[in-house]
Design a protein around this ligand. Sequence first.
Ligand SMILES: Nc1ncnc2c1ncn2[C@@H]1O[C@H](COP(=O)(O)OP(=O)(O)O)[C@@H](O)[C@H]1O
Ligand SMILES: [Mg+2]
Length: 251
Amino acid sequence: MREIVRIEGLKMYFGGLKAIDNLDMSIYEHETLGIIGPNGAGKTTLFNVICGVYKPTDGKIILNGQEVQGSPPYEMARKGIARTFQISKPLYDLTILDNVVAASGIHEYTGIRSFFKKSHTKEVLEKVHDILELVGLSEIEHKKAREVSLGYLRRLEIARALATEPQLLMLDEPCAGLSNFAINEITELVLKLKEQGKTIVLIEHNLPITMKVCDRIIVLNYGQKIAEGTPEKVQNDKKVIEAYLGEEDED
Ligand SMILES: Nc1ncnc2c1ncn2[C@@H]1O[C@H](COP(=O)(O)OP(=O)(O)O)[C@@H](O)[C@H]1O
Ligand SMILES: [Mg+2]
């Protein structure tokens, strides 16, 4: 399998806090890779570093053989890395449709003039409608983002990420805070994307979901990788069980 991303000796420190501590990992084309670990393990920070929100303290992020660590988010997006946020960030006053059209424009921006170009071309609309169909938002495409429930916003987030035609789709806890019904819908959607051969990195706190959809799992604790492998292997790992038991004690 082709390696899309290789991460070497990655460190992200916030003052004395080692949010990511000397992490090595790879992401392979067409896989669904789960990132799990207790609260505060460094999962979201890892996404933020990969997609350019933070410049790493040290280490390399190699995308298709090229070092890209420290590139700003818009450049990472254009290089094909798309992510969703634990907390949805749509353009609330735009419709569902326009939110996805706006996201699909990232490759068009070639200077200030491109702002005045027509964005709702036939090609763009066709693409956006296909995405809305795929994520199950077609029926409410004319609703404003602020009018729809969290389950729909999560799917909108995924639609916006897909509109950038990413090589790598990173989902940060897409099921957090949703009803069981909405969780099932998101799980089905991730399985559909996986069937299409998308490369997906999924942060998910819900272990049964992770076990169901992921080919491979990396477990983080205090910014370090404590286990890696198939869902079966990771599930039975002593260090993983201890990390999760420790978390239950704190609650
Ligand atoms: N911008 C920041 N400034 C300071 N500390 C941060 C920042 N972002 C995250 N952290 C800290 O880094 C650690 C990892 O956080 P995070 O990556 O959000 O964990 P997770 O997503 O696994 O729950 C936590 O201790 C968190 O408080
Ligand atoms: Mg997080």
